[in-house]
Ligand binder design. Structure first.
Ligand code: IMP
Length: 193
């Protein structure tokens, strides 16, 4: 069975990815399995660059083909930011509600409601050889904070052709349309061919 390393310390992501990979013929390892705890600085300007920094690092440390992901939200009224800084942007406010209200204000001021989530996965299969798989979900920022499922910006994001926020959808329903699952499916297609 071929070994493959998922470069992440995020327990929920590891569980989710291991579940998806169960039906495929890969021995999927995570950083925990290899006792690697140190992670490189995510100094890239794009999701692709940050994912590559992590997957290259994993491959260089272990010699095992390695993939890593990087995601975030891009909001039109914030000039398509916070992007790669999504986690830090949220953490800079006193709490989520204050952050979301400041986003609502920028939408009121600009009249622009569009937003999208993006995930980039980088798979490093050799030194200096990596492949990128992208997933995006388009939608708009809601007028109110709604729903209690999911995480991050889910309570203020309404996918295109929906009238509920991602946080009002069950995990299963979110996974059917999410940026992350689109990118993961592309990775799996590549690996199984
Ligand atoms: P990560 O690179 O997947 O860890 O995502 C970075 C940050 O982007 C997270 O901490 C969230 O704030 C935001 N984010 C990424 N994906 C999602 C999502 O599916 N829903 C809501 N927020 C997300």
């Amino acid at each position: 069975m071929k070994q493959l390393l998922f470069f992440s310390n995020n327990k929920n992501k590891i569980i989710e990815i291991k579940k998806i990979f169960k039906k495929f013929n890969f021995d999927l390892l995570s950083l925990n399995d290899l006792n690697i705890s140190e992670e490189p600085e995510e100094s890239g300007q794009t999701f692709e660059e940050n994912a590559k920094i992590k997957s290259d690092h994993g491959f260089n440390k272990t010699g095992i083909p390695c993939f890593a992901d990087d995601s975030g939200i891009c909001i039109e009224s914030l000039n398509w930011k916070p992007g790669v800084l999504s986690k830090r942007f949220l953490n800079n406010f006193k709490n989520k509600e204050v952050c979301f209200k400041s986003i609502f204000k920028s939408i009121k001021n600009s009249g622009k409601q569009n937003a999208y989530f993006k995930t980039s996965i980088s798979l490093t299969i050799n030194k200096n050889q990596n492949i990128i798989f992208n997933g995006k979900i388009y939608g708009r920022i809601s007028e109110q904070i709604k729903g209690s499922f999911g995480f991050g910006y889910d309570p203020i994001f309404i996918p295109k052709n929906y009238n509920k926020t991602l946080a009002e959808l069950s995990t299963k329903d979110k996974n059917e349309i999410s940026h992350r699952s689109i990118a993961v499916n592309k990775l799996i297609n590549f690996l199984s061919n």
